[in-house]
Design a protein around this ligand. Structure first.
Ligand code: GCO
Ligand code: MG
Length: 417
């Protein structure tokens, strides 16, 4: 009895998918998930990023138990059909677990396609429109002085785009360490205060503009903790400091209010790392809420939807700034750079310095040079995985989920991550 999972049409050769498996490893202490698809041709396999650090076990199970059986026996060249099959077979679609699992499949199939064509993925996408991707990097500290010292060090290493994050009394501040509270008698004395944040952030950027070279681009990540009015107040207060972009001024639950924030201030808004469907990201662009789209490529399903998003950004006057800190695998970082160098809409690429242990597990991991990222020219992604090395860095149930749900206000109310 033919099954819907059989090869639905004749294909040009008898290459088939033989095995699909999620590999989980944490060489930098951050759980990374990469899907490996083996084919019936010995030695021909592909790798795809499926990294959802906070729920890596769910993705591993989703890939190994739910998706693998749909794909084994299929022709690996039918990328679009196979990713749609993976999506529709669950009926209810979208969400970070589903999309990261599908991204692992999608990107592994693009890797195989490149290897079969003898071409790097960026050439499969139509080739370069730029030689390399400019990157930004994170500087943070407990005080203005600490934060700017960190920024100066990064500038000396060649970066021209620096994201500044400074602690606020009590709960730290996204990406910056905790500092002594101003509210020892409050119900939750390590709490985070939006009013302190709104007061101290402009002070940081005023000092940064004074202390740092004028050509340095400054970025900042609010991390979703303001009301629409507070977002307007913050953006307006930062206008004198020429930010390259201001990120995540509103939580996903308030994204429909972004256009009013964007209209109230010329400060460019970057939103999107929290998109968990292709549709989320399309609406951010289409409804005029963003100047930069920041999706985490594997969270929206991989390279296939992301390249469509880059084209939509191009015709909408929006630029890309794919999410890419340490909870993106080196394969995901390679997919980001393939998009960066082939998209007219490219804006900036979030950079991350991987530990040498990551380079050991994933030979071919891209390295940032003078602030620039260039794709590998080897076929596919040009990245491999050393399974023995990967096994030396087992993933824990990530402390990153405690981090994500770790911010409370001084009254104890949990703050959106
Ligand atoms: C960023 C992001 C990250 C996220 C992290 C969540 O702009 O780089 O905000 O730092 O917080 O990826 O796991
Ligand atoms: Mg962010």
């Amino acid at each position: 009895m033919p099954s819907n999972f059989d090869q639905p049409w004749p294909v040009r050769d008898d290459l088939r998918i033989r095995e699909v498996k999620a590999i989980v490893t944490a060489p930098q202490g951050i759980p990374l998930v990469v899907v490996k698809i083996e084919t019936t041709e010995p030695g021909l396999y592909g790798l795809g990023c499926a990294t959802f650090t906070q729920r890596w076990k769910a993705v591993q199970t989703f890939v190994d138990e739910h998706l693998a059986r749909l794909l084994v026996g299929r022709y690996p060249g039918d990328i679009g059909d196979l990713t749609r099959l993976a999506s529709y077979s669950g009926y209810w679609r979208g969400g970070p677990v589903t999309n990261n699992s599908i991204s692992g499949i999608d990107q592994a199939l693009w890797d195989i396609a490149g290897k079969r064509a003898g071409m790097p993925v960026y050439e499969l996408l139509g080739g370069k429109v730029r030689a390399a991707a400019d990157t930004y990097i994170h500087a943070s500290g407990q005080t203005i002085e600490d934060t700017l010292d960190h920024a100066q060090k990064l500038i000396a290493q060649g970066w021209r785009h620096i994201r500044l994050q400074m602690s606020t009394p009590g709960g730290g501040g996204y990406g910056a360490p905790r500092v002594p509270t101003l509210y020892p008698d409050s119900p939750y004395h390590n709490g985070w205060s939006a009013r302190d944040y709104l007061r101290t952030t402009p002070e940081l950027f005023a000092e940064a503009r004074h202390a740092l070279p004028d050509n340095i681009e400054l970025l900042h990540d609010v991390h979703s903790r303001l009301t629409p009015k507070e977002a307007v107040l913050l953006a307006r207060s930062l206008e004198p400091y020429r930010l390259f972009f201001l990120e995540d001024v509103l939580a996903p639950e308030l994204w429909d209010r972004l256009p009013e924030v964007r209209a109230a201030s010329p400060v460019p808004l970057a939103v999107g790392e929290l998109t968990t469907s292709f549709g989320d990201a399309v609406r951010l662009i289409r409804d005029g809420g963003v100047d930069f789209i920041r999706s985490h490529v594997s969270d929206i399903g991989g390279l296939t939807p992301a390249r469509k998003l880059a084209d939509l950004a191009e015709i909408s006057g929006v630029r890309t700034a794919w999410h890419g800190p340490g909870d993106t695998s080196p394969v995901g970082a390679a997919a980001n750079v393939a998009l960066d160098v082939t998209s007219v809409a490219f804006g900036i690429q979030e950079g991350h310095i991987y530990d040498e242990a990551v380079h050991e597990v994933f030979p071919g991991t891209l390295r940032i040079e003078d602030g620039w990222l260039r794709p590998n020219d080897a076929p596919g992604w040009g990245i491999d995985v050393d399974l023995e090395a990967a096994a030396r860095y087992p993933a824990e149930l990530s402390g990153h989920d405690e981090w994500a749900a770790g911010v409370r206000r001084i009254d104890g109310a949990l703050e959106a991550p």
